[in-house]
Design a protein around this ligand. Structure first.
Ligand code: PEP
Length: 249
């Protein structure tokens, strides 16, 4: 049975002070679930104070990005070891904003995923097509290409979560229909089965991201191959994030 992951990506929102207040309230109000992992991914500056608050909670800590070297003269970068040391368990790799604004390629993302899993954390590998690519019928081809390149020479795939995030649905308010998302999730599972094997594919956690909100979470989570969600905008308010965590699937 695959575990459900509900992950909140804060992007570049919340100062350390705002983060501390938010997480204190979240921890106070959270319910415990046996079958789901809840994860928050604050900006780098908030990770350490948030990790201290999460120490006695079941909520896990994630980072939004990482560099692929361990130490060295890389001004402005943060290494996997630094994240691991403060209790980060998951790292988002290849978010479409990193790909499209900061020029991250599949080759760079591959190095990041590799170092994250080698360091003993889990990588959330984001893939997804742009609107034009969907309209041209290229969704499967784009997703296949991103997955094959980003997972090249990565064996410990059990420490990878794949997030299908159609770019046209991120931050736009346009969610993929549950059946549109499910179709791509099934495609990803079949692809992983071909690259690795059926067992690995069956156990792979595949989550959906793109304008997930309290109004659509229940429908999305009814799909068999949607194992959770990566939430941007709607995780920034306690009540909407709590409602998403408390989905009825
Ligand atoms: C995201 O940041 O990964 C995301 C899916 O954002 P939003 O929920 O705002 O579309």
């Amino acid at each position: 049975m695959r575990r459900v992951i509900i992950a909140g990506n804060w992007k570049m929102y919340k100062t350390p002070t705002e983060s501390i207040n938010f997480v204190k309230e979240l921890v106070e109000k959270e319910k415990k679930y046996d079958n789901r992992d809840v994860l928050i991914c604050p900006p780098f500056t908030s990770l350490y104070p948030v990790s201290e608050i999460l120490r006695n909670s079941s909520i896990k800590l994630g980072a939004q990005n990482v560099f692929f070297e361990d130490v060295g003269p890389y001004t402005g970068e943060i290494s996997p070891f630094m994240l691991k040391d403060i209790g980060v368990e998951y790292v988002i790799c290849g978010h479409s904003e990193r790909r499209n604004i900061f020029g991250e390629t599949d080759e760079i993302i591959n190095k990041k995923v590799k170092r994250v899993v080698e360091t003993g954390m889990k990588a959330i590998l984001c893939v997804g097509e742009k609107l034009e690519q969907r309209e041209n019928g290229e969704t499967f081809k784009v997703v296949e290409n991103q997955i094959k390149k980003s997972l090249e020479k990565i064996d410990n795939i059990e420490n990878v979560v794949i997030a299908y995030e159609p770019v046209w649905a991120i931050g736009t308010g346009k969610t993929a229909l549950p059946e549109q998302a499910e179709e791509v999730h099934i495609f990803i599972r079949e692809l992983i089965s071909k690259i690795y094997n059926k067992d690995i594919a069956e156990n792979l956690i595949i989550i959906y991201g793109g304008s997930v909100k309290p109004e659509n979470i229940d429908q999305l989570m009814k799909e068999k191959d949607i194992d959770g969600v990566l939430v941007g905008g709607a995780c920034l308010q306690i009540d909407s994030f709590l409602r998403i965590i408390d989905y009825r699937g």
